[in-house]
Design a protein around this ligand. Structure first.
Ligand SMILES: C[S@@+](CC[C@H](N)C(=O)[O-])C[C@H]1O[C@@H](n2cnc3c(N)ncnc32)[C@H](O)[C@@H]1O
Length: 205
């Protein structure tokens, strides 16, 4: 996988992976909403899959999270935040509540103790039906959903960012989580109105 960062003519900073658009800093509503959703449900110890440009991490820290573990597969992303190439990144990584692990989110979740997290927030790809990285299909699969459930405290949250609603992922969540919902997030992408989605559930007791 190759990550590329570029400043567009409109001034926005854009992240591409394997040449495919992943996100920019002009529209970060859905990345911030991922964090806000779990904070509003009381989460304080959170694992985030995918550092990206750091919006989810910043929202969690600003919203009072006590510990945020971030799994990021691309070391360059971490370097770009650390050296300020991604503005504001240095402070995010130096925050004593932040712990970044350069690895696949599946390994980082597997390394957590059972019942140890309030929330797991997954934003590692463009969603289950728009993969930039084929191996990420497993992130949306039944085995990994079960793995996440085992690492969460009772009523802990699993939140998944997606470019589109996914009935298949909602069904998988519903096997182990209750209150499963799909939150539609209206966004403006280069003057087009679109929607992104946050799929969420609370771990059954
Ligand atoms: C859309 S961005 C995340 C955006 C982030 N929520 C934000 O607020 O900026 C996706 C990130 O996930 C990373 N990634 C992709 N697959 C991954 C995996 N399997 N494990 C960990 N990180 C992964 C990518 O390198 C990229 O940095």
């Amino acid at each position: 996988m190759t990550a590329q960062l570029r400043r567009r003519p409109d001034g926005a900073l854009e992240l591409r992976v394997n040449g495919v658009f992943v996100m920019d800093d002009a529209e970060s509503t859905s990345e911030r909403l991922l964090a806000r959703t779990v904070l509003d449900l009381g989460a304080r110890e959170v694992l985030v899959g995918g550092l990206g440009l750091g919006f989810t991490l910043r929202e969690l820290l600003d919203g009072g999270a006590e510990r945020v573990i971030v799994a990021e597969i691309e070391p360059e992303l971490v370097d770009w935040l650390a050296d300020g190439t991604i503005p504001g990144g240095t402070a995010l990584l130096e925050n004593e509540r932040t712990e970044v692990v350069v690895a696949d989110v599946r390994e980082v979740v597997a390394a957590q103790s059972p019942d140890s997290l309030d929330a797991i927030v997954l934003d590692v790809d463009n969603g289950p039906d728009f993969l930039v990285y084929e191996q990420n299909a497993a992130v949306y699969g039944d085995d990994f959903v079960a793995e996440c459930a085992a690492r969460l405290r009772p009523d802990g949250q699993l939140c998944v960012w997606s470019m589109a609603d996914s009935p298949a992922v909602r069904d998988r969540l519903a096997r182990r989580f209750h209150e499963v919902e799909a939150l539609e997030v209206p966004v403006t992408l280069q003057e087009r109105r679109e929607s992104y989605w946050v799929l969420r559930g609370s771990r059954r007791r």
